[in-house]
Ligand binder design. Structure first.
Ligand code: UDX
Length: 448
């Protein structure tokens, strides 16, 4: 049956949770449209094939050793992740061209796995880049060369709270500075310039959220752009977690009053220290608000998990708080008991929250998260910022502001309005619905 499908698409994934999830969701959609799917992955963090019986898999060698874990992987270690990956992809494509099985009609690659574009180009196969963050992030990224030419870079600490010219509402502190270093950022932009070698761009975003950034993106790249989000709704049942989800927290949520629980999670990469963990705990405990808190093992430097918290922390929070190692996040955010999300503003988490109409407290850690956080508070106006060194008093105040205050009600109303707009975009005739169809047509046209 497989060779009667519309042709094969190769999906080249980057092996982090926030990148793998949306790519597998996209693959699931494209498979439902009739394409055969091959998932090309590294030895590090491979997807579990038994969870995706409709896909085939291609192992790309990489320079990562077995000792790497999600907690120790340096996100910026792009070079070692992509080194040696091109050859297996090339061999695979050579083999495919010799067999009449299913013709490879396109390669969809994570923007970090840009070697795939060069390989695909060699075989004259359409290459589509999948940008796993927001359009606003990409736009902010491309502002750096202009800011350099206009003499704004490097910027002084005294400018951190000033608005970036032509990039309002971003402040200098919201710019996605790579490795906290402007020179490194400019180097990465140079690397990105070579990435222009692609036929189309796919983004897990929605027209109604990022219309002006999408407009700029189209002007900049001059190729078709497909904003097809929210992918979490396109393939809702797909399980993509690398870590085991503690589903028992849903039973706990079932016993909590509607909209009362603050969900707290900092995604799959963010690292904090023991002081931050303690201040977070006391802020949560003092707020008198029910909370479900994800503390990923290894995410607190110097601790394995929550040892640093007071021994009697369970008595302190009584039945009002639950700490887990990893949650079924989409299910949690969709639960009627959840009334707020304290997030690190990773793009997937932010989109999942927007889809469910859950207002946010934003505490970005690095890179794209800073841009996304600013959009949450100042463009979509669905949350409040909690930035800088965490102090229990500020945490407590922010939680009360979001969960019980008048302002909290206003952002909650706004979040519900956005949820409806997002929902409409996925229905027949909606922008994402149309974009998904356009993407399918684009791939089919390349197939003739
Ligand atoms: C990273 C970057 O930080 C992010 O900014 C970028 O946009 C993508 O890559 P990550 O930090 O993990 O991702 O954040 P995010 O994009 O939010 O992805 C986290 C994913 O893990 C989400 O899909 C979320 O649902 C899932 N998750 C998180 C769980 O399933 N359970 C949890 O307990 C926590």
């Amino acid at each position: 049956m497989e060779n009667q499908r519309l042709g094969r698409l190769v999906l080249v994934i980057f092996p982090l949770q926030g990148h793998t999830t949306p790519m597998l969701q996209l693959g699931t959609f494209l498979h439902s449209k009739g394409f055969a799917i091959t998932v090309a992955h590294t030895r590090f963090n491979p997807p579990n094939p038994s969870k995706y019986p409709h896909f085939t898999f291609l192992l790309l060698s990489d320079k990562l050793t077995e000792s790497y874990t999600p907690a120790t992987l340096n996100f910026y270690d792009l070079e070692s992740i992509t080194r040696n990956c091109d050859l297996p992809l090339q061999e695979f494509l050579e083999l495919q061209t010799q067999t009449a099985d299913s013709q490879v009609v396109g390669i969809i690659f994570d923007s970090i796995m840009s070697f795939a574009a060069t390989v695909a180009d060699h075989f004259k196969i359409p290459r589509l880049v999948f940008m796993t963050s927001s359009a606003g992030f990409d736009r902010a990224f491309w502002a750096f060369p202009r800011l350099l030419a206009e003499g704004y870079l490097p910027f002084q600490d005294s400018m951190l709270h000033e608005l970036v010219p032509q990039e309002s509402p971003l402040r200098f502190k919201d710019l996605p500075v790579y490795k906290q270093n402007i020179e490194e950022t400019l180097k990465l932009i140079d690397y990105g310039r070579n990435l222009k070698n692609f036929s189309a761009i796919i983004l897990n975003t929605i027209d109604c959220l990022e219309q002006s950034s999408l407009f700029q993106l189209r002007q900049h790249y001059k190729v078709p752009v497909f904003p097809i989000g929210p992918l979490s709704k396109v393939a809702p049942a797909l399980s993509t977690s690398f870590l085991e989800e503690e589903t028992s927290c849903i039973t706990w949520l079932n016993d909590q009053p509607a909209k009362s629980v603050l969900y707290v999670s900092k995604g799959s990469l963010a690292i904090s220290d023991e002081k931050e963990l303690t201040e977070t705990f006391w802020g949560l405990a003092n707020s008198d608000q029910p909370f479900l808190w994800v503390v990923r093992p290894g995410s607190v430097s110097g601790s394995e998990w929550t040892e640093v918290l007071p021994k009697d922390f369970k008595e302190i929070v009584r039945e009002r708080g639950l700490i887990v190692k990893w949650a079924p996040q989409k299910e949690v955010l969709a639960h009627s008991a959840v009334g707020g999300f304290w997030t690190h503003c990773g793009w997937n988490s932010s989109m999942e929250s927007l889809c469910e109409g859950v207002p946010m407290i934003s505490s970005p850690q690095f890179f794209d998260q800073k841009v996304i956080a600013r959009y949450i508070t100042h463009v979509w106006k669905v949350g409040f910022e909690l930035d800088g060194v965490l102090e229990r008093g500020d945490v407590d105040k922010s939680i009360r502001r979001l969960m019980t205050g008048r302002e909290g009600n206003e952002v909650r109303q706004r979040a519900i309005e956005l949820k409806h707009m997002i929902n409409v975009s996925t229905l027949e005739g909606g922008s994402s619905y149309n974009s998904l169809n356009d993407l399918t047509e684009f791939l089919l046209a390349k197939n003739v």
